[in-house]
Write a protein that binds this ligand. Structure first.
Ligand code: FES
Length: 682
């Protein structure tokens, strides 16, 4: 056994001989993000060894010789050989402590005020004294007041033993996502949101997807651990909500939960394994209440948890809650599509009163996971890419060099690469020079400009052609870059870019053909900064490990393999949409609107979703984003008891479409793997 002291947590973690740091830390509840799935490709799981001799180097193009000597290692590949201390970067979550990660994982939601969405109607729960309830003034000064909870699902009032006259009935809306958890505390008398808190779902230490979690929970010990992880974290969030709003946990008498079925069952300590195989049985009961104790929640002992209707094993109460944000979905004169984009793509369709739902395994690509430089939406993540004439503009969160790309950025980036001719409809990535004239012209390169553009990309031509003469080529390139950067400097008013760009080139990873120039960090308004790659730069398409890759930063890149992952994800979602529309006998043109939910929903570009074929033609103008609809829908259910009755009735006749049963599924899926051909007029 090897002992590793982990900083900044200050804890000792025993690692088995021959075990990787990643695996050993994970056993102890420390989950380091592994964007490439721990295959040693992305370089995203960095840790620092205090004594580098105790952990042999992990070779990677992103680790310079100096960094290696200073102790930089990749946790997914590093196998310690002796006791030492390591320092974690900001890329981990500790299940038994605070979330370390940035803005989406902890703290108050920024849009809290905007989420005062609907006025309070009549909450499902109210608290009154016996005398108040009976409308009498009989309570004598000598008689202690008896408080009772009136619940719309309970035939009799329930005595509240721990209630004080100074208390106000409060409720908590909860969204348990596979990746993040969000909670909001509400005053049930006024409907006012008092506080909100969110964090990473601590179960991520046992896998990023529901199937890994189901597998881990297949033993009694595993199930108990998974339940405790989420219950403890929810109690921590509830404690924070109360202390931030001056409330007592005993004032919490009502709770609503939006979650997928696996998260629901794990939170209630119910074995989720039937969800992982045919006939996909759901064991948690929905459209009903549970005592809060069932979810291990430390609130008022009489508090109830309401679970909205679950439509199918793969369409949980998070989708039901989310639909409440879409009034047209329940309008029998309208045709409406609802799409929740996450690891699973859940799709619901209302065609004039006929309602249908399905789900499709999209994988984590659109959440920025599983890609070479995929990451969550935090500092250093590209969250938006614009193809502006002959320039490709990258918006990066925070004042940092781009470290990777998050979900919304990926959709934009692929659309820009398609538009610029860097990838073709089959998804093949290549240097623009290798494209035909029609795609070149899309990037603003007319045939008459071809000669000029050949000069502009001449440096990269020589690089692609002659790797052995790299230094000579680089020297020539440096000379050319000087004049090009002169133009850029004038254009963007940056004085130090030239040397910075040359430095960047010399610090390039061991990829011999690396040729991207970081022209500038444009002084955009906080929190975004912008880098620009345009025709003045050599082609950023290069080669890494025998595969074409597109560099959008010194190290961040999108590889051919990443594009294949994106094709699989968008092919799955699009096939689900197409089959739903076909089954209902309508086309996208017939839809009145398309609601898109999901944590990153507000940042997606509908036009680019259509450009990459994620949405059908004519969809973009119909899109309405509703963000994290699960938490907002759960809030509605908390503040309006009548919504519970409404949603249970409205979804009674919802049918489920099993995509895999359709004989057209595979044919459609294969077609939808391709990107739309931008050469063809729509
Ligand atoms: S290199 Fe370790 S997770 Fe990607």
């Amino acid at each position: 056994m090897i002992n590793i002291i982990v900083q900044p947590l200050g804890i000792n973690v025993p690692i088995n001989e021959g075990e990787t740091l990643h695996d050993g830390l994970e056993r102890s509840g420390i989950s380091i993000e592994t964007p490439c799935g721990g295959t040693g490709v992305c370089g995203g799981c960095r840790v620092w060894a205090q004594d580098p001799s105790k952990i042999p180097p992990t070779l990677h193009s992103d680790i310079s010789t100096r960094e290696e000597a200073e102790g930089l290692r990749l946790a997914c590949m590093a196998v310690p050989i002796d006791d030492t201390t390591i320092l974690l970067e900001e890329n981990y979550v500790y299940a038994h402590g605070e979330c370390s990660d940035g803005q989406i994982l902890s703290g108050k939601r920024e849009d809290e005020k905007e989420r005062e969405l609907h006025p309070v109607d009549l909450p499902a729960v109210r608290v009154a004294t016996l005398s108040e309830a009976s409308g009498t003034e009989e309570n004598s000064e000598n008689t202690a007041e008896v408080f009772q909870m009136y619940h719309d699902r309970s035939p009799k009032p329930i005595d509240l033993h721990l209630w004080k006259a100074s208390y106000t009935p409060k409720g908590v809306a909860i969204d348990i996502g596979t990746t993040t958890m969000v909670t909001s505390l509400v005053n049930l008398e006024t409907g006012k949101i008092l506080a909100s808190e969110s964090c990473l779902n601590p179960q991520v230490i046992h896998g990023h997807d529901v199937l890994s979690r189901i597998q881990y929970a297949s033993t009694l010990e595993g199930l108990s651990e998974m339940a405790s992880l989420v219950q403890n974290k929810l109690n921590e969030l509830i404690d924070n909500l109360c202390s931030n709003s001056g409330s007592s946990t005993k004032e919490i008498v009502d709770i609503t939960i939006g979650a997928n079925t696996t998260m629901l069952q794990l939170a209630a300590s119910i074995d989720p394994s039937p969800l992982g195989h045919l006939p996909f049985d759901v064991d948690i009961k929905s459209s009903c209440n549970y005592p809060a104790d069932r979810f291990g929640l430390h609130v008022n002992p009489q508090a109830q948890v309401y679970i909205p209707p679950v439509m199918h094993a793969f369409v949980g109460s998070d989708i039901t809650a989310g639909l409440l944000l879409c009034p047209e979905f329940f309008d029998d004169t309208k045709s409406v599509l609802y799409l929740d984009m996450g690891t699973n793509g859940e799709i619901c369709l209302n065609v004039k009163g006929n309602r249908l739902t399905t789900s499709t395994a999209a994988g984590p690509a659109f959440e920025g996971m599983g890609l070479s430089s995929g990451m969550r939406a935090k500092d250093g993540a590209v969250q938006k890419v614009i193809l502006d004439g002959s320039s490709m503009i990258f918006h990066v969160i925070g004042h940092k060099e781009p470290k990777g790309i998050c979900g919304s950025g990926i959709v934009d980036f692929v659309a820009a690469l398609l538009g610029a001719g860097f990838i073709n409809p089959s998804g093949r990535l290549a240097a623009i020079n290798n494209r035909n004239d029609s795609t070149r012209s899309q990037f603003g390169l007319s045939n008459s400009q071809q000669g000029a553009s050949n000069n502009q990309f001449g440096a990269s031509n020589s690089q692609f052609g002659a790797s052995n003469s790299q230094s000579g080529a680089s020297n020539r390139q440096s000379g050319e870059s000087n004049s090009k950067l002169g133009v850029s400097n004038r254009q963007y008013g940056s004085s130090n870019n030239q040397s910075e760009a040359l430095n960047n080139q010399s610090e390039a990873p061991n990829n011999k053909n690396y040729s991207f120039e970081l022209l500038q960090f444009k002084g955009d308004k906080k929190p975004h900064e912008t880098i620009v790659c345009n025709r003045e730069t050599p082609s950023p398409v290069s080669e890494l490990d025998g595969q074409p890759v597109f560099y959008f930063g010194k190290k961040a890149h999108l590889s051919q393999k990443d594009i294949r992952q994106i094709q699989l994800a968008k092919g799955a979602v699009r096939t689900g949409i197409d089959l739903m529309l076909e089954t209902a006998g309508i086309s996208c043109r017939d839809l009145d609107c398309i609601y898109i939910a999901g944590g990153f929903g507000y940042h997606l570009s509908p036009v680019n979703m259509e450009k990459i074929g994620l949405l059908p033609e004519h969809a973009a103008e119909k899109v309405i984003f509703c963000g994290n609809a699960s938490i907002d829908g759960s809030l509605q259910l908390l503040r309006n008891g009548s919504k519970r009755i409404f949603i249970e009735g409205a979804l009674k006749n919802m049918e489920h479409l099993q995509l895999a049963d359709s004989p057209r599924f595979m044919e459609m899926f294969v077609t939808n793997l391709n990107f739309p051909n931008m050469d063809q007029p729509s």
